[in-house]
Every structure is written in C-alpha cells, then in structure tokens.
Design a protein around this ligand. Structure first.
Ligand code: CDP
Length: 259
C-alpha cells in the first residue's frame, strides 16, 4: 500500500481498473484437485497471474512429540514462495512474512477441520507459490482447503478466500499487483459459507468504517463464488476417478503367466 502515484491511473474515466476489470470483478480463477500423486491430497490454483500448489499429508503422527495435543489434531501450514515466483528473486527459505501467512492459514483451517477426530496427530499443509501477483494468501488458503477435502479430511465446510481493498478512492475486489503496490488498502478475507464465519481477516492501509463494510461484503460475495469453483473442482476430480474405476473394471483381467 504505497498511496496512489500521480502517473499511474488505477481507475479510468469509464470506472474500469488497470486490467479492465469492474470494481467488483474478480480475476479469473481455475482450480484443479488431486494433482499430486504422492500427497494424500492436493490442489492447484491459478488466480489471475497467481499460480499456487497445495499438498496435504495426514492426519499422521505429530512430530516433534511435545507439540502433540492428546485431544485434537494440529493443523500445521507451511507457506513458501519460490525464488522465481516474484519479479525480484526472493531469497529462499522462511521469513517473517511467510511465518505470518503460515500462521493465519493454519488458524483459518483449524476452524473448519474436525480436529477432535484425530487426537495426537498432525495434518500438514504445504503451500507453494510458483508465481505471485498479489493475493497469494487467499489463493493459498483456497487451494489448501480443496487439498484437505481431496485428502478426505473431515471438515465443516471448505474455506474460501478473497481480498477486497481500495484503489483511487474506490472500493474494489481482488487487488492485482499494481493495485496492491499503489492502492490505499487491502483486506484479505477467509469465509466459511455454510456457517457464515469469517476465519481470516487482515487489513493493510486506511478505510472508513463504511468502506470497510462495503469491502467485507464484496469479499464475502466473492468467497461464495470461490466456494462454488472449489466444489466443482472436487466434483470433477471424483467423477473422473469413478470413471477411471469403471473403465478399469471393464477391462478383463489378464491371465497370469507361468505355472
Ligand atoms: O500475496 P499477498 O497479497 O497475500 O501478500 P502481500 O504480502 O500483500 O504481497 C503482495 C504481493 O507482493 C505478492 O503476491 C507478490 O506478488 C509480491 N511480493 C514480492 O514481489 N516479493 C516478496 N518478497 C513478497 C511479495
């Protein structure tokens, strides 16, 4: 949030944004579930120019053991940005920002997972940002909840996420990179459609109470759409797998060789 520089017009005369979107328009979102063979569950998300992979392992024995909770599972998220994901090469390894994002995503997911079903275990969620263009925490959380569902982890609902914000004195949905750099505010939000709970909410920049309400409402409406796209990805994945099973069953078993 750097304040609007005079040479960059974030909203034009027609009220359209730098990439041609209307203020309440989200970037195109595509989700695919079950993309990694060796993870228990996985999902790939392309959201505008963001490309994010999520993988889930577990529930499995929690290490180190002193972190084990005898009453519930621990949801441990690890958010990482690849060095090549941003314009200026990112120094590899964890930093303050990735710790923060890992923590808020772990907390958001803990709200929906039935952790009490799996005492002493850990559910490990890895989020790898392959290409970043603002909004990666929302893309990461959206991908992670699809990956959890793909892993068969029981949950109240999927968490859907989307940000709203303010650019050129206008409340807008789903900020892109230029808007994030030069805009006035950014509010990433994680939402559980079934219960109406907000499980992630941050704010960077300044907004009046009215602008904040408008932004939150806009983000919640977008989360409902994100949730449908998440469900469609899971339906596609599972209808494809059952088609695979049907096809496999249709093939007669080959006679075994030798005595
Ligand atoms: O990605 P998100 O909007 O959730 O988090 P952010 O901290 O507001 O970062 C906004 C954007 O800045 C990222 O999506 C990246 O495109 C970019 N960024 C970067 O270029 N280099 C970094 N070390 C971190 C972020």
């Amino acid at each position: 949030m750097g304040g609007t520089p005079t040479d960059l017009k974030l909203i034009d005369e027609r009220g359209l944004r730098i990439d041609g979107r209307r203020p309440d328009e989200m970037r195109p979102l595509r989700i695919e579930a079950g993309v990694l063979k060796r993870a228990d569950g996985s999902a790939y998300v392309e959201w505008g120019q963001n490309k994010v992979m999520a993988a889930v392992y577990g529930p499995r024995e929690c290490h180190p053991r002193h972190l084990q909770n005898p009453e519930r599972a621990l949801v441990q998220c690890n958010y990482n940005m690849a060095s090549f994901s941003v314009e200026d090469r990112k120094r590899p390894g964890p930093d303050r920002r990735s710790h923060e994002i890992s923590k808020i995503i772990s907390e958001a997911l803990t709200h929906v997972v039935f952790t009490e079903y799996f005492p002493r275990t850990s559910i490990d969620v890895y989020i790898e940002v392959l290409q970043a263009n603002a909004g990666t925490r929302c893309a990461g959380l959206t991908a992670a909840s699809v990956a959890l569902a793909d892993a068969g982890v029981p949950m109240k609902d999927l968490v859907a996420a989307c940000a709203a914000g303010k650019v050129a004195d206008t409340v807008v949905l789903d900020l892109g990179k230029e808007e994030d750099n030069s805009g006035q505010a950014d509010i990433p939000l994680g939402y559980v459609p079934r219960t109406g709970e907000i499980v992630l909410l941050q704010m960077d920049g300044d907004l009046s109470p009215e602008e904040f309400d408008k932004g939150v409402r806009m983000a919640i409406d977008a989360c409902r759409k994100v949730s449908e796209i998440q469900r469609d990805a899971l339906k596609r994945r599972y209808s494809a797998s059952s088609a695979d099973v049907d096809a496999a069953q249709a093939v007669p078993e080959m006679p075994k060789e030798g005595p």
